[in-house]
Design a protein around this ligand. Structure first.
Ligand code: BJW
Length: 222
């Protein structure tokens, strides 16, 4: 099983969350990444995600995304790819069946009827749901703090059966993803971390390699 975070898309030009120049710089997390923040000021939250949605469509997958797609194509074993990222760079590199546990930026969800739709343009309070025709009921199809991540049952099954657990480009600060390495290790998997800096979970991994995903991931895959 491979778990990816913001660091794998950094070399494509998608900013990470934490640290200097991170996405949270200039934004209070509780304003733009919680259901309460959205209820308080939907326009600000829409602006935040509209900007990121436009940006993501301008960038390209990098060597790390491509190496993981190659792994899925050429390796005879079973690979589960779980990403915390809401961009579509794994899919564009050719990875099949990506589990987006924190949702997808290029989709909207209706708060009233639950309809999930492709969304490549801007959302605003005036957007209309094409399923229930409600106004002001669309939100980005993402998982905010306090909400339940997606695909947890499938992920638990994969963690339980994994021979390898490899984490790429994540700070290991956000749960439940940050706890996956312990679950996999307890179930008998060997664990490897590929990250630019030591993460919150580095000490838990059997091995931690520091460097850029664009170099480390192709080297590991090949
Ligand atoms: C490079 C690089 C390069 C840079 N190459 N590397 C204890 C247990 C369980 C839950 C909690 C808990 N304590 C608190 C909670 C609640 C909360 C939580 O975790 N809070 C923490 C702050 C403590 N979690 C939740 O609320 C979650 N839901 C939940 O827990 O539901 C109940 C539940 C209970 C039990 C089981 C199951 C469920 C929901 C979390 C939702 C997170 N949402 C966000 C926003 C998504 C939408 C959006 O994108 O806007 O997800 S927050 C943000 O952080 C985003 C990311 O996916 C996530 C992780 O960030 P990531 O990917 O690690 O990025 P960075 O920036 O932190 O790190 C980047 C790394 O890359 C760095 O280390 C760099 O060094 C590295 N890097 N360039 C390689 N070139």
């Amino acid at each position: 099983m491979v778990l990816t975070g913001a660091g794998i898309s950094a070399e494509s030009g998608v900013p990470v969350f934490r640290g200097d120049d991170g996405l949270w710089e200039g934004h209070r997390v509780e304003d733009v990444a919680t259901p309460e923040g959205f209820a308080r000021d939907a326009e600000t939250v829409h602006r935040f995600y509209n900007g990121r949605r436009a940006r993501v469509q301008e960038v390209e997958p990098n060597a790390a995304h491509e190496a993981l797609a190659r792994l899925a194509r050429e390796w005879s074993g079973e690979l589960t790819l779980v990403t915390q990222n809401i961009d579509d760079l794994h899919e564009r590199a050719g990875s099949p069946d990506v589990l987006h546990m924190h949702g997808e930026l290029l989709k909207s969800r209706c708060n009233e009827c639950g309809a999930v739709r492709s969304c490549t343009g801007d959302l605003s309070r005036a957007s209309i749901c094409d399923a229930c025709e409600g106004i002001d009921c669309l939100r980005p199809h993402v998982v905010w703090f306090g909400e339940m991540p997606f695909h947890l049952q499938e992920i638990e099954r994969a963690l339980d059966q994994a021979d390898w657990f490899v984490s790429i480009g994540t700070s290991g600060r956000v749960y439940p993803a940050a706890g996956f390495v312990r679950v996999a290790a307890a179930a008998g998997a060997r664990t490897l971390e590929l990250n630019l800096d030591p993460s919150e979970q580095s000490g838990v991994f059997d091995e931690s390699r520091l460097g850029r995903a664009g170099e480390l991931v192709p080297a590991w895959v090949d």
